[in-house]
Design a protein around this ligand. Sequence first.
Ligand SMILES: C[S@@+](CC[C@H](N)C(=O)[O-])C[C@H]1O[C@@H](n2cnc3c(N)ncnc32)[C@H](O)[C@@H]1O
Length: 201
Amino acid sequence: MFLVHIMRATFCPWELRFSQFRRVKMAASLRPARTKVEVPPSLAYLQNIAGRKLIVFDSFEGLPENVENHDKSILGHSIKGWFSGGEFCGSLEEVQENVKQFGELEVCTFVKGWFENTMPNLNTSIAAAYLDVDLASSTRTCLKFLWPLLISGGVLYSQDGDFPLVIAVFNDNEFWRNEVGFTKPNVEGLGKRKLIRIVKG
Ligand SMILES: C[S@@+](CC[C@H](N)C(=O)[O-])C[C@H]1O[C@@H](n2cnc3c(N)ncnc32)[C@H](O)[C@@H]1O
């Protein structure tokens, strides 16, 4: 799942928003209902407080077919076989239902499809982006199309910072220079923790 927070006239303090987000996410994961598809409702809830819009990009068919050979998270556990095509599928209806129940449907736009097809059409400023996409290839696509749209001072988070193949993407100077068109930025927490962060200079 990939989420974009679109900028409006005022810019709100993202650190505050994300500490709230963590609390909301924690609360969501404690609820008795199934915890799958928990990021969009939590973020939608916050976007509503912040008076901003949220764009949710996803296939809504799970992960794409891929040949990525994931082995072990830097946190020590095996991630072998986790990311096959079709895994982590939440249908559009299921996600919307969860957002309706735990978030704010009105602030969301849902863009269904593979990132490489849907993201090139985005041409709006982004104040913050949150990536939860598992694959290195999907991370590349998100960075390629979204980083140039992120405003100066905007923030990009990835919660896939514990996957070595994803770390390699963030660390790849040539990828940043040749495909994204920017010098590789400083990625806070890279190689050390799951939730990593870049503030655009
Ligand atoms: C771990 S799941 C995220 C789940 C969601 N954030 C949540 O809280 O339940 C990864 C998601 O990324 C989506 N995804 C990954 N790569 C994609 C791609 N290239 N195009 C479209 N969707 C993609 C999958 O459909 C899946 O929903």
